[in-house]
Ligand binder design. Structure first.
Ligand SMILES: Cc1ncc(C[n+]2csc(CCOP(=O)(O)OP(=O)(O)O)c2C)c(N)n1
Ligand code: SF4
Ligand SMILES: [Mg+2]
Length: 333
């Protein structure tokens, strides 16, 4: 290969993209919606990690948050309510070379998609899963979700939700093969970025719960936490997030937590006020499903086409005359 061709190739691989090259359309989310902060952090991450748009896929279910793939100039799949995870797993199985992200709401993941959530954690495929937890069904205009606080009046709970909210962190940390769990609040952009970046760098199914504002249907619900930094518990550890001096100055309520300690992670996860933020659990040694499954077949286009054709041939009804002439057909004599 000539030096010039080699240089061209190298440039192609090391291609840098501006932020705008990951941005698509104007988000339709309400002003002040936490989804906007998550989108900004993810677009910055894609730029900083030089993710090639044609090698990156965002998969979502249905909900306000699930509009996410529309706003990324990458591949995307705005799929079916509750089914973001199995679809993302299918993409990853077929194309392990792609960066696959999942954006799912608290209704999408913890209600209709709950069974898929459990199994996605257990399969531990290399995905970055972002749970946009606004504690409500936003898109369908205010029905209670599993993470809605007890007593919340909504269209489905006019007398107030009867049950205590489900805690997505403790649930996830209780599932076999869990390998990465983190939490952050949408109003601290620096931490949103750092947590999603740590999740992206983890090889396995990284689950990030983002406590997200929905000013439209949960107005002022998170204000007490937003306005009082002491109601945020910053998790610190040399193996955790790097906490800048300016952040540490504001968020003085801190606790040392080793992300390798699962029992302590479960204990921290069960604290809901103050809201713990940072990496709760990380175990890079949990095997990924892609690595342990036995069939390691090279899926070339020809192989797939050949397989499909032989399956279709089984159901072909040949006209009488062709049956006689068909090569290899049993002799009529
Ligand atoms: C099978 C199916 N059931 C119900 C719906 C209606 N539906 C659409 S979005 C949604 C809930 C969305 O809530 P969430 O996942 O929390 O997303 P948010 O809008 O809050 O971001 C529901 C019930 C649907 N589209 N498909
Ligand atoms: S309804 Fe809530 S979740 Fe949906 S876009 Fe508006 S603020 Fe965001
Ligand atoms: Mg929601």
């Amino acid at each position: 290969m000539s030096t010039r061709a080699h240089e061209c190739l190298m440039r192609m691989y090391e291609e840098e993209h501006d932020l705008e090259e990951y941005q698509s359309g104007v988000p339709r989310w309400c002003t002040g919606c936490g989804d906007n902060a998550i989108l900004t952090a993810v677009q910055r991450l894609c730029r900083d990690e030089k993710l090639r748009p044609e090698k990156t896929v965002f998969v979502s279910g249905i909900g306000c948050s699930s509009r996410f793939p529309h706003y990324m100039k990458t591949y995307g799949f705005h799929s079916i309510h509750g089914r973001a995870l199995p679809i993302a797993e299918g993409v990853k199985l077929a194309r392990p070379d792609l960066h696959v992200f999942v954006n799912t709401g608290d209704g999408d993941c913890c209600s209709i998609g709950a069974a898929h959530w459990v199994h996605a954690i257990r399969y531990n495929m290399n995905l970055t899963v972002v749970l946009h937890d606004n504690h409500i069904y936003g898109l369908t205009k205010m029905q209670a979700s599993p993470t809605s606080p007890r007593g919340l009046r909504s269209k489905t709970t006019p007398r107030g939700a009867y049950l205590e909210a489900l805690n997505p962190l403790t649930v996830t940390l209780g599932i076999q093969n869990v390998s990465f769990v983190a939490q952050v609040v949408d109003w601290v952009p620096e931490l949103v970025y750092d947590v999603i970046a740590a999740a992206y760098h983890h090889r396995g199914c990284s689950f990030v719960r983002i406590v997200q504002r929905c000013p439209e249907f949960m107005p002022n619900f998170l204000d007490p936490w937003m306005h009082d930094p002491n109601r945020t518990l910053l998790l610190t550890h040399e193996k955790g997030l790097h906490i800048s001096a300016s952040l540490a100055k504001v968020y003085k309520n801190q606790r040392e937590h080793d992300p390798a300690d699962l029992n302590h992670a479960r204990e921290v996860a069960s604290v809901e006020d103050p809201i713990p933020v940072g990496i709760l659990y990380r175990n890079p040694d949990v095997p990924c499903y892609e690595d342990v499954r036995e069939i390691k077949q090279l899926r070339t286009t020809d192989l797939i086409r050949g397989g499909l054709e032989s399956e279709f041939d089984k159901f072909t009804v040949w006209p009488q005359e062709q049956q006689v002439a068909a090569p290899g057909a049993p002799s009529q004599a």
